[in-house]
Design a protein around this ligand. Sequence first.
Ligand code: CDP
Length: 807
Amino acid sequence: MKDDVTRDERVANLKGMGCSRKRVEDARFTQGKGNYVDDIKLDGMLFGDFVRSPYAHARIKNIDASAAMEVPGVLAVLTAADLEPLGLHWMPTLAGDKQMVLADGKVLFQGQEVAFVVAEDRYAAADGIEAVVVEYEELPVIVDPFEALKTDVVLREDTVQDGKPVDGAHGPRKHHNHIFTWEAGDKDPTEEVIANADVVAEETMYYHRTHPCPLETCGCVASMDKVNGKLTLWGTFQAPHAIRTVVSLISGIEEHNIRVISPDIGGGFGNKVGAYPGYVCSVVASIVTAKPVKWIEDRMDNLMTTAFARDYWMKGRISATKEGKITGLHCHVTADHGGFDACADPTKFPAGFMNICTGSYDIPTAFLEVDGVYTNKAPGGVSYRCSFRVTEAVYFIERMIEVLAIELNMDAAELRRINFIKKEQFPYTAALGWEYDSGDYHTAWDKALKTVDYEGLRAEQARRVEDFKAGKTRKLMGIGLSFFTEIVGAGPVKNCDILGLGMFDSCEIRIHPTGSAIARLGTISQGQGHATTFAQILASEIGLPADSITIEEGDTDTAPYGLGTYGSRSTPVAGAATAMAGRKIRAKAQMIAAYLLEVHDDDVEFDVDRFVVKGAPEKFKTMKDIAFAAYNQAIPGIEPGLEAVSYYDPPNMTYPFGAYVCVMDIDVDTGVPDIRRFYALDDCGTRINPMIIEGQVHGGLTEALAVALGQEIAYDDMGNVKTGTLMDFFLPTAWEVPNYETDYTVTPSPHHPIGAKGVGESPHVGGVPCFSNAVQDAFRAFGNRHTNMPHDHWRIWRTANALGLHD
Ligand code: CDP
C-alpha cells in the first residue's frame, strides 16, 4: 500500500460496515450464471413426480400402478406400502407431528402425495402419473376450524384412542381435531382489568391463509453413491444442516455420510424451511435405482401443497382509560394448521412468537390463548417473511389500536404515541414475557409523522370527506399507520430449538497467507446478499478488504453447523458469530503484530487495517503483513496459521422496529386503491449495508402489499384450492407497486457484538397492517370499523356497498 494513503482512504478501501457495497452475487445472477437446483444435471439422472389426491378428504381403497409401469421411461412407482417396511412412510414435522410421506390409507388435503413415479425424464414421469389408478372413497370435508372443533368427523385417527382424544406433541387435546392450547400471560388479572376499564374495544379478525410463493419452487436432487455409502442431497433448503440431521435420523444413514448442499436459492420466505415428502421420496428412489433422482415442483404443487402461512382467527379485547392509556389486552387465536401440524416454530412456542402481540405499547396486563386445529387443508404455518407468527401478532395489535381509537373517538397516531414504551424503559419486559432489548419509538414516530406532514394529510382527508358527501368526488382518502416491533434472531438455545436442534449459529474464518480470506457460515442466503454483507462485517473486524473475503454458505461438508436462514436470524445470530470469529482472528493477530514490532501485546492497537504501536503510528504491521507472518514466520509460543471459529448462542433476540405511513386513494365505484405515498422508517440498529437494507425494505413491502391487497390461498367447501395458479394467486408487479420512501433511525442492540438487528422481514411485518389500515381508514368517517383482508377490489367495493356509498 502507498505510504501517502490517508486513514479515510484506508477505511474506504475496506468496504466495511456502513458502506453501500454493490452486491457481489449479482455478477452471476445478472448474467444468467446462477446455479439453482434445477440447473444440476448428473449423469443418468432420473426424475420423480407425485400422483396427488384430487380430494381433500378420502379413503384410499386401492392403488394400481401396473399401467404406469408399462409407460415408456417409467422405472418405478413408490407407494406408502413400499416405504413402510423401511420405516420411511412418515416423517416428523418441525412441530413434532407425524406427516405421511405418501398417503397411507387416507388423504387429508387436496394435492396430498399419494405415489411417487420415477422415470427417465419429467415427461415420462407425467405420463406415468396419469396412468396410476387410485380408487378413493370420499369422506366429509372440514375446511372451517370452528366446525372442526365441533364435528364428530375424525380427521386424524391417531388423535383418538378408545373414543377419547389422546395427548398431542404439545399437551392435551380438547377435541379429536384439536392440536394444542398454548397460553401466555395472566388470565384472571387481565379479565379483571378489562371488566373495570373505562373503555373496551372488541374485534374479531381473520388473517387469511396465504403462501410465500418464492419465484423458484421447492426441489432437490438426491444422489446415493452405493460404492462409498455417501448420500449427496442438493436442494432448496433454508436450513441445510437441520435437513442433514433430519435425513440422518429418519433414514438411519450416519450423518457424516450425508452431504446436503443448498445451491443458489430463488427466494424462500419460510417456504423452504421444512422437509417435504419430495425430499424423502427422491432419497429412497435414488437408493432403490442407484441413480441420481431429481424432484422439482411446478407452481401448482408449490401453492397447493407446500407450507402455507397465517390462517389465524384472532379475537381481541383491549381496554383503556378515557384518556386513552391502554390497561389490558386479551387475545384468543384459533389457528388452522391443516391436515398435519407442520408449523415451523421453536418447540416451546407452538404459536411462534404470537406473544409479542402487545406490540410496541406499554400494556401492563395481557393474556393470550391459542388453539391449534386440524382441517382438510395443506399443512404448513410457516413464517412468511416474518419471525415466527410476528406478522399475525403485529397485524392484531395494530388493528386493535385502530379499533380502540374509533371507540375513544381519538386520533390513532396520538393513541399510539401515548402508549409507546418509552426509551428509558428499555430493556423492557412485556406483559407476555419478552425482554425488548432497545428502542426509541417516540423519535421514530415523530420523524415519520413530520416527514409525511401528518396533520396536513388529516386536513386533506377531512376536506375529501366533505367533497365526497357533496358529490364532488367518488374517491376517498385513507391514511394507514403502523408502528411495529419485530422479534428476530432465534435462539437463545435455552429458549429456542426446532426438533431438539438448538438455535445458535456459526462462522468459521480462514485467513490465507497473502491476506485474503474465506469465511463459512451456518446460514444460507436466498437473495439477501450474505456474500456481500458478511464480508463487510469481517472487513471492519479484521481489517482486510471485503473484496478479498469469500463468503460460503450452504454446504454441510464444509460449513460449520448452523440452523439456517429464516426469521431474519442471519444478522442477529450468524452476523454476531462472524464478528466474534473475527475478533478471535484479531486477538491472535495482535500477538503476532506485537512480536513483529518487538513490543508487548498491550502496546499495539488496532487501527482500520493494521496494528500500530501506541503513540508511534509510523510503526505498524498491516493485517496483510500479519497474515503472511502467521504462516511463514516461526513465532515463539504461537501456532502457525490464522483461523477461527465461533458458535454463537445469542443472549436474547433483537427487536427491530419501524414507523410506516401509507396514503391511499380509493375509488368507491370500482374498489381500486391507488397508493399515492408509502413512507417506511426502519430501525435495525447498526446498519451494515444501507443499499441492501433498502432492497430488503422494498421487497418486504411489496410482499406486504400482496398479502394485504389480494394474495390468498382460498378453499371452497369441498376443500378445493381456488387459488392454485398465478392466474388467481396475486403476485404484484411493477404496475401495482408504489414508489417507496425509505428512512431510518439507529438504535443499536445492546447485546449484539456490532449492535445490528435483523431487517429482512420487518417491512413485511409493518407493511401488512399499514396497507390494511389505509383501506380501513378511508371508510372510517362512514362508519367502518374492521373488514378482513385481503382487500382486493371486489372486497373493497363490497365494503363501500355495505356502508351505503353506492346508494
Ligand atoms: O436472515 P436474513 O438474511 O433473511 O435477514 P437479515 O439478517 O435481516 O439480513 C438481510 C440482509 O440485510 C443481509 O444481507 C444483512 O446483512 C443485511 N442487513 C444489514 O445490512 N444491516 C442490518 N442491521 C441488518 C441486515
